[in-house]
Write a protein that binds this ligand. Structure first.
Ligand code: DHB
Length: 310
């Protein structure tokens, strides 16, 4: 069985989209919901709808992708309405609503709106969008994160997750985990894209994306070892009641297996979904089952978090 849990929610399998891919519109979300994925998440909604950054803002790379989308989305009201309607029609199909603030106070405003709605699923607070000009990633600032979570949980008591950027120093894991452990969060999602990479077209000596002078978030295979490390490092530091969604660098079923081995309960796919389409889900599920069988495992809990070290 591929059954998995986040908080009190059960999912038939652990593979789903990462926010940003195939989840902008109601049609996109309906297609995800009808796919083989175990769940789905919306594009991060902001208080006001956004068109995002000028194109080209996504490019395929040899081992992944670069993007500088700039949070194009239909606005929080649109996604709350979708969530309320979907939940009423499919009460046994839990899913995730992602939100992103353009200012710290936005998180409280949005939390109040979601609290007041009929949505009872998982809300993911994206503290790590790398692509909005002039807006640093909140979660690289431990104090700002603590302040936002303090205000947010004064008004919000529904299941909540936090989307985190990649960290690269063990002291950063210590500091962030210490803060996260003080709040009633249901899960973290590690990692968002590797912020502000740069790729160049050798034929023209020109950046591949237009916004921000060519800087953009890197995803795909480039992210895999960093995602594994972030999931592992947080699993070693967070309260066991806090689940982990592992995101970054999934191209095959063995990649899914390894994120679970590091402690993930759910695994998200962005670049490979963007490149391959919804058929990626049945493929990854079949490959995950092969990887499990090769190691003699019949359920995710047989190996979840059971990484061996030497
Ligand atoms: C956006 C891009 C990302 O890579 C991300 O992690 C979050 C948001 C965006 O620009 O919309």
């Amino acid at each position: 069985t591929l059954t998995t849990h986040i908080g009190s929610f059960e999912f038939a399998n652990p593979i789903m989209n990462a926010s940003g891919v195939h989840c902008l519109s109601a049609q996109d979300l309906d297609e995800l919901a009808a796919s083989a994925a175990g769940s789905f998440i919306t594009k991060s909604g902001t208080l006001e709808a956004r068109v995002g950054n000028p194109a080209p803002r996504y490019a395929t790379l040899p081992y992944g992708s670069i993007n500088s989308m700039g949070l194009p989305n239909k606005g929080l009201d649109y996604y709350i309405q979708y969530a309320e309607k979907f939940q009423a029609a499919h009460p046994d199909q839990p899913f995730f609503l992602s939100v992103a603030g353009m200012a710290p106070s936005d998180y409280v405003t949005m939390a109040k709106q979601i609290q007041a709605s009929s949505f009872t699923g998982l809300t993911e607070f994206n503290l790590s969008c790398p692509n909005v000009p002039g807006k640093p990633q909140v979660a690289y600032d431990v104090e700002a994160t603590e302040q936002i979570l303090t205000e947010l949980f004064k008004v919000f008591n529904k299941p909540a997750g936090i989307k985190l950027p990649p960290y690269f120093d063990l002291a950063q894991f210590d500091a962030m985990a210490a803060v996260l452990n003080r709040f009633p969060i249901t899960y973290i999602n590690s990692i968002n894209s590797l912020g502000n990479g740069l790729m160049i077209d050798p034929a023209t000596d020109t950046t591949l994306v237009r916004p921000k002078g060519g800087f953009g978030g890197i995803g795909g295979a480039y992210a895999k070892p960093i995602a594994l490390a972030n999931v592992r490092a947080f699993r070693e530091r967070l309260r066991p009641e806090i689940s982990i969604v592992g995101t970054g660098g999934v191209r095959n079923g063995r990649d899914v297996y390894e994120l679970i081995l590091c402690g993930a309960s759910m695994v998200q796919v962005a670049t490979t979904l963007q490149e391959e389409g919804l058929g990626v889900f049945p493929r990854l599920l079949a490959e995950l089952q092969v990887a499990m069988a090769e190691n003699g495992h019949t359920s995710l809990t047989d190996f979840q978090g059971q990484l061996h070290t030497i």
